[in-house]
Design a protein around this ligand. Structure first.
Ligand code: ADP
Ligand code: MG
Length: 260
């Protein structure tokens, strides 16, 4: 199911720089004996907006979770903003502070207000004074168009509002890269658009983004590259026009015939 993107998109700041944001080379990962990611090679430049598509179980979530070390890879290299991900906790902390992540199920703290969700990490991890963290959080809550919900608890909000809080919470750490793992998959159809609109605005501001999503309207309108994964491998990647209109592999064709 895919939401058409109806509004004009401002591409003036969507520039892709020569600077490499993420470099993945011959990366392999196993869950026990199950070989989940196979020889992943991927270079992401600053300003790129990449959509990762593929059937359920193909390894999309595992790949993006490896990029901020929510999962550990066993072979090959992952370098984020010039920092290689190894077991060195200093590197992991550095990378996590540069990379924001938004999940399918929001993962907000239910016992904290919206504002507290947004200020927790800036205050305790970044050591930012509370007043300043709150001012920043309010700025981002305005950006995602829910400043009036700041003192409510997540359970009092709609799914679309909760996901926008999750995006605002990530932005409060001022990441240089944003990872999205099916951010609209748990939402009722009428709430998908408000979350996609927030993501489009981020793209328009030049954020480097990797999005696992089935929203092919978003992919067509916003992505500069679509990556198709199957069985733990990157099978095909292309610009959205050619990806959708001229898929090369049989697996991609089959996938597209099922979702479009
Ligand atoms: P996708 O996001 O494309 O649906 P995932 O990355 O979630 O795929 O999963 C890829 C494969 O790895 C699936 O077969 C899944 O069952 C398996 N898997 C995912 N997480 C774990 C885990 N923690 N332990 C063992 N197997 C896992
Ligand atoms: Mg997944």
């Amino acid at each position: 199911m895919s939401e058409p993107i109806t509004r004009e998109i401002d591409r003036s700041q969507m520039q892709i720089s020569d600077e490499v944001a993420i470099e993945i080379h011959k990366m392999n990962k196993w869950y026990g004996t199950f070989h989940v990611l196979r020889d992943i090679d991927l270079t992401v430049h600053r300003g790129e907006r990449i959509v990762i598509a593929g059937p359920s179980g193909s390894g999309k979530s595992t790949l993006i979770r490896c990029i901020n070390r929510l999962e550990e890879h066993q072979a090959g290299r992952i370098v984020v903003d010039g920092v290689e991900l190894t077991s060195d906790i200093k590197n992991i902390d550095k990378v996590r502070s540069e990379v924001g992540m938004v999940f399918q199920h929001f993962n907000l703290f239910p016992h904290l207000t919206v504002l507290e969700n947004c200020t927790l990490a800036p205050i305790w991890v970044r050591k930012i004074p509370r007043k300043q963290a709150e001012a920043t959080a309010m700025r981002y809550l305005e950006k995602v168009k829910i400043p009036d919900q700041a003192l409510k608890y997540p359970g009092q909000l709609s799914g679309g509002q909760q996901q926008r809080v999750a995006i605002a919470r990530s932005l409060c750490m001022q990441p240089r890269i944003m990872l999205f793992d099916e951010p609209t998959s748990a939402l009722d159809p009428e709430m998908i658009k408000e979350v996609l609109d927030t993501m489009i605005e981020l793209a328009e501001e030049g954020m480097t983004m990797l999005c696992v999503t089935h929203e092919m309207g978003f992919a067509q309108a916003v992505a500069n590259r679509v990556i198709f994964m199957d069985q733990g491998q990157i099978v095909e990647q292309n610009n959205p026009h050619d990806f959708f209109h001229n898929p090369r592999s049989e697996r991609t064709k089959l996938f597209l015939s099922q979702i479009l």
